[in-house]
Design a protein around this ligand. Structure first.
Ligand code: HCA
Ligand code: CU
Length: 387
C-alpha cells in the first residue's frame, strides 16, 4: 500500500471546467490555483492550451505563477498538441487517447498498433522537452486488457513518469479497479495515476482501491465537479484517507477544504449538497437521543472524522421528537440553569410532545428550560417565605 506516499492531481481547472455550470475567467482560475496550492495539492492540471485562445493564455499564466504545486496541462495524443503544451511553460503534460473499442470506433478511429506508434512519438517528443510526462488510456475500464497493457508497456519502456488509468464513464467497482491496477503495477515501472468518474457513486472508493493496489496519483476536483456528475472530490478523498490514517493527510491544510468548497460552489453557482463529505450542512449534525447522549460524552462514539481537524464544528440538535434527556440536560447547563433530573425529563417530554405537532427551534427549548427554572425559583421563594 502506498497510502502515505500518494499525490493529488487536482483537475478542477481541467475536468472541473467540463462541469455544466463552469466557465471560469482568468482571475477566477488564478484564485482557484492559489487556493489549491495553499491547501497543498502536489499537482494542478489545467485545460489544454489547444481548447481556445484564452485557454492558452490562462495555461501560461498559471504555469508562470511560481506555485509550489507542479502545473500540468492535459492534451490529446497529437504531436501538435504536445508542442503547444510545451510552449505554455508547464511542468508536465498529461497525454491521453481512448483505448476502448467504443472510442476506437466512435472517437478517433485508430487501431491499437496505431495508438502505440502515436503514443511513442508524442511521449518521446515530450521527454526531449524536459517536462514530466504521463500517458493515460481514456476509457481504460472498458478496454481489452491485452490492448491496454500493450500500450502502457510501450510507453513504460520509454521511461515515462506516469501511466494513467481512467474510468471515463464511472463504471468501475473498487474490486475491478484494484485488480486492474494490481496487474498494471506488476507490469510497469512508472507511477500510476487513477482518474475516476462518479456516475455510479464509486469514485472515492475506486480511488482508494487504486491506492491500495499500488497506485500513486489520484485525480480530484473541488466538490467533484466535472463532466456529467463529476469525479472523485478533493474533500472526499481527503476524508477517506484521514479515516484510514490521519497522518496520511497531515501534510495538507485541512482547514482550507471548507473555503475551497464554498468558493468553487459560488463560482459554478451551486449550493454545496447537504450530504457533501465534510462540508455538507448536515455532515456533523447529531440528532437522535441515542447518538447525542454518546457524542456529548465522547464524539468518537458516532464520528469517523473529527470536525475540528478540518476547522469545522459539530452540531447537537435537540429541538425535535427524537431528542434525549441527556442532551436537554447538557443544554440546560450551557444556559447556566440548574434543574434536577426530574425537571429535565419533564422538559424532554414537553419537547417531544410539542414537536409532534410543530417544528420546534432551539429557542423554544431554551424557553421551556428557562420557564422551568423560573417556576423552580418561584417555588423556592415561596417555601422560604413560608419558613
Ligand atoms: C474525458 C477525458 C478524461 C481524461 C482522464 C485522463 C476521462 O473523457 O473528458 O486523462 O486520465 O475521464 O477519460 O477526463
Ligand atoms: Cu474525466
Amino acid at each position: 500500500m502506498s497510502l502515505e506516499h500518494f499525490s493529488i492531481v487536482d483537475t478542477t481547472l481541467r475536468e472541473g471546467e467540463q462541469f455544466v455550470n463552469a466557465n471560469f475567467n482568468t482571475e477566477q482560475k488564478i484564485a482557484i490555483a492559489h487556493k489549491l496550492d495553499a491547501f497543498g495539492v502536489e499537482y494542478i492540471e489545467v485545460t489544454s492550451p489547444c481548447a481556445s485562445p484564452q485557454s492558452f493564455e490562462d495555461c501560461c499564466a498559471i504555469a508562470g505563477l511560481g506555485l509550489r504545486a507542479k502545473v500540468l496541462t492535459h492534451v490529446r495524443c497529437h504531436l501538435s498538441d504536445a508542442q503547444r503544451a510545451v510552449e505554455t511553460g508547464v511542468d508536465g503534460v498529461n497525454v491521453m487517447i481512448g483505448t476502448s473499442t467504443y472510442l476506437q470506433k466512435f472517437s478517433h478511429g485508430k487501431s491499437i498498433d496505431a495508438i502505440v506508434d502515436l503514443a511513442q512519438e508524442v511521449v518521446t517528443f515530450l521527454q526531449s522537452q524536459n517536462v514530466e510526462v504521463r500517458f493515460s488510456a481514456e476509457d481504460s475500464m472498458r478496454s481489452s486488457l491485452p490492448d491496454l497493457f500493450k500500450v502502457y508497456e510501450a510507453v513504460d519502456a520509454l521511461g515515462i513518469n506516469r501511466v494513467g488509468v481512467a474510468d471515463t464513464v464511472g463504471i468501475g467497482t473498487p474490486h475491478g479497479v484494484y485488480g486492474l491496477i494490481k496487474e498494471l503495477r506488476s507490469r510497469v515501472k512508472a507511477d500510476i495515476e487513477f482518474h475516476g468518474h462518479n456516475d455510479t457513486g464509486c469514485a472515492i472508493a475506486n480511488a482508494y482501491a487504486a491506492l491500495e493496489a499500488g497506485g500513486t496519483h489520484i485525480d480530484t476536483t473541488v466538490l467533484g465537479i466535472g463532466e456529467r456528475n463529476g469525479i472523485t472530490s478533493l474533500g472526499g478523498l481527503i476524508a477517506r484517507m484521514y479515516a484510514t490514517d490521519p497522518n496520511s493527510v497531515a501534510r495538507y491544510n485541512l482547514a482550507q477544504i471548507a473555503g475551497l468548497d464554498s468558493f468553487v460552489a459560488s463560482l459554478v453557482n451551486i449550493d454545496i449538497p447537504f450530504n457533501n463529505i465534510l462540508t455538507g450542512f448536515s455532515a456533523f449534525n447529531h440528532k437522535a437521543g441515542l447518538h447525542t447522549n454518546a457524542v456529548l460524552k465522547n464524539p468518537t462514539a458516532y464520528e469517523a472524522l473529527n470536525p475540528e481537524d478540518f476547522g469545522l464544528t459539530r452540531n447537537i440538535q435537540i429541538a425535535h421528537r427524537l431528542t434525549g434527556w441527556n442532551a436537554i440536560s447538557h443544554r440546560a447547563r450551557e444556559l447556566g440553569l440548574f434543574l434536577d433530573d426530574q425537571q429535565i425529563k419533564l422538559v424532554t417530554e414537553q419537547v417531544k410532545t410539542l414537536s409532534d405537532g410543530q417544528q420546534l427551534s432551539l429557542d423554544d427549548v431554551d424557553q421551556l428550560l428557562r420557564g422551568t427554572q423560573q417556576l423552580q425559583t418561584a417555588g423556592e421563594g415561596m417555601a422560604w417565605a413560608r419558613h
